[in-house]
Design a protein around this ligand. Structure first.
Ligand code: ATP
Ligand code: MG
Length: 259
């Protein structure tokens, strides 16, 4: 029987404009999961105030995929994103990132992985108000020990990629919401991480700015990144070839679009 993951890989390969021959040669995509979560539980609190936010969740995501995670408020989307992004530990279960178990790593090792492997985009931008766009984008590169001149180059290039070459010296308060989110995307991609995690990236934006942000994210996916997008907006979710629905801490649906 043909594995559903094989079919998923093939569809994504074709969506990204590769030929079936390239797929068969395995040139564009590896077949090993980039992300593999097995029997994940996440419980907050203790005693009477315990909240089971994720329950026995199993999830595999392959390199180059674009998956939307969707569900009602409180269903566990952000909890899952925090685990996927190594910002938090599961209470139980195993998480392999690139084949390596991240549940056993120290905080230092986790932050090392986060800094190199994952770019984050949040609903509320999380920019530092006192720094201009260039300095905001440079910050993760500074933590990574990248030299000053290289930082400037990478940050400027990332800002150009999101169409903000003319706004590099502006502080967040001098930018529109859509522009602030574009700075946040530039910050996420400046270090060239293979994975982009976006939690409601269009949630605070008007529809035109939201569409622009989605176009940028989809373009970054087409360039080869793995994109995981969390949204409660069905229209935004439908832009992804794979839609994963969460309800009450469990995956209730995991489907590939036919288009
Ligand atoms: N730090 C925390 N302490 C206790 N409970 C929490 C914590 N964070 C989340 N929860 C609970 O876990 C459940 C899942 O929350 P989560 O933030 O993952 O939902 P969500 O799907 O992202 O919702 P939204 O769409 O509103 O952002 C909710 O019941 C929430 O109240
Ligand atoms: Mg949330």
């Amino acid at each position: 029987m043909v594995s559903p993951f094989f079919v998923a890989r093939l569809k994504i390969c074709v969506l990204r404009g590769h030929t079936v021959k390239e797929f068969a040669k395995g040139r564009d995509l590896r077949m090993e999961p980039l992300i593999q979560m097995t029997n994940i539980f996440k419980t907050y609190g203790a005693g009477d105030v315990q909240v089971a936010a994720l329950k026995q969740l199993n999830l595999s995501i392959f390199p180059g995929e674009f998956a939307a995670i969707t569900g009602h408020s409180g269903s566990g989307k952000s909890t899952l994103m925090n685990l996927l992004g190594c910002l938090d530990f599961p209470s139980q279960g195993e998480y392999l990132l690139n084949g390596e178990s991240v549940t056993e790593l120290s905080d230092r090792q986790l932050s090392h992985i986060r800094n190199r492997q994952i770019g984050f985009v949040f609903q509320s931008f999380h920019l530092i108000p006192s720094l201009n766009a260039l300095e905001n984008v440079e910050l993760p590169l500074l933590y990574r020990g990248v030299s000053r001149s290289r930082r400037r180059d990478l940050a400027a290039r990332a800002l150009e990629q999101v169409g903000l070459a003319q706004r590099m010296r502006h502080r967040p308060s001098q930018l529109s919401g859509g522009q602030q989110q574009r700075v946040a995307i530039a910050r996420a991609i400046a270090g060239e991480p293979p994975i982009l995690l976006a939690d409601e990236p269009t949630g605070n934006l008007d529809s035109a700015s939201g569409r622009q942000i989605m176009d940028i994210l989809i373009n970054l996916w087409r360039q080869g990144r793995t994109l995981i997008l969390i949204t409660h907006d069905p229209d935004v979710a439908r832009t992804a070839p794979r839609i994963i629905c969460i309800q009450d801490g469990s995956i209730t649906q995991d489907s590939l679009s036919s288009s």
